[in-house]
Design a protein around this ligand. Structure first.
Ligand code: GLN
Length: 301
């Protein structure tokens, strides 16, 4: 960034940065320039347009230059700004957590629809990351309580801060652990998860931006299905009668994930939901309403 005489203005720096990002192969050059500048100047993007001639202060210029360098090194915009919008709420994000995706809103919307009017409601989120799923669920369901589990302590700190930011921390409990391990003995009306699902071999083919996201949140084993096997196979013990499991899945995984319930007597495949790109993105399983009578039969003997 060099310019001799006139100071940089909002208009001139956006133009320069948009071109620079395009040359460097950044996918949405102009949009990213605007999002980063509005973050540095702490104002809405629309405000940039009505202040095109405003000169930048030296410290604003320094901060913006740092942000531009990070973006050219392919750091995702959300890690640079520390924020990402999801379900109309602002979430704190950092490189310790996966950046919430619009596709995951399909999962949240499906779960909200199923739980509408049900009260009280206990929800479990496995691999919560930023907390985007459980925080937006609980924020939209006044009668809901949730437990969120993650193996990463750093992720849990971010998820907790998002719960506080959206004032749902009194209805959420966070545990560190491996999938169901911290909630042994508890049962839920709904189990939700966007687990790591990228096949290990495909990680290196992801965009440079996605490769800066935590491997722990992406890698799903040789076929990408490792976490679904565990989530589905153990779900029965953690669901109340009539409860359900809703998971996000990767491209071409829905059929294989749905089939995981085939030899599980307690759990039945219910439905799949497509994302905006027409890809099967969410798989839902239900547990039957009938209460298992095995214990009482034995106790009659
Ligand atoms: N949706 C992410 C991607 O496609 C992957 C998220 C995940 O593994 N759960 O990059």
């Amino acid at each position: 960034m060099s310019k001799t005489n006139e100071p940089w203005t909002i208009g001139s720096i956006l133009k320069w940065t948009g071109q620079y990002f395009a040359e460097k192969g950044v996918e949405n050059p102009r949009l990213d320039a605007e999002v980063l500048l509005s973050h540095i100047l702490d104002r809405e993007r629309i405000q940039l347009y009505v202040n095109f001639d405003q000169p930048l202060q030296p410290q604003e210029l320094t901060a913006f230059r740092e942000a531009v360098k990070k973006r050219v090194a392919r750091m995702p915009v959300a890690y640079i700004t520390g924020h990402k919008e999801f379900m109309g709420l602002d979430f704190r994000v950092a490189p310790a957590v996966l950046i919430p995706r619009p596709d995951t809103e399909i999962l949240v919307e499906a779960v909200l629809q199923k739980l509408q009017g049900v009260s009280p409601v206990q929800v479990l989120d496995l691999g919560t990351g930023s907390g985007a799923i459980i925080v937006s669920l609980v924020a939209n369901l006044p009668a809901a309580q949730g437990i969120a589990v993650d193996i990463s302590e750093e992720a849990l700190a971010i998820a907790r801060s998002n719960a506080e930011k959206h004032q749902v921390e009194s209805r959420l409990t966070f545990y560190r652990g491996d999938l169901y391990q911290p909630v042994t003995g508890h049962t839920f009306d709904a189990i939700v998860s966007n687990p790591p699902y990228i096949p290990d071999m495909d990680i290196r083919e992801l965009t440079p931006e996605v490769r800066q996201e935590p491997r722990l949140a992406l890698a799903g084993g040789p076929d990408g299905l490792d976490f679904y096997r565990r989530i589905v196979h153990e779900a029965d013990a953690y669901l109340k009668p009539g409860g359900f499991v809703a998971v996000e899945v990767g491209i071409h995984q829905a059929q294989a994930v749905a089939a995981l319930a085939q030899d599980k007597p307690g759990l039945t495949f219910e439905s799949m939901i497509k994302d905006y790109g027409g890809i099967e993105r969410v798989v839902i399983f239900t547990k039957s309403q009938e209460v298992h009578r095995a214990d009482s039969i034995l106790s009659c003997e």
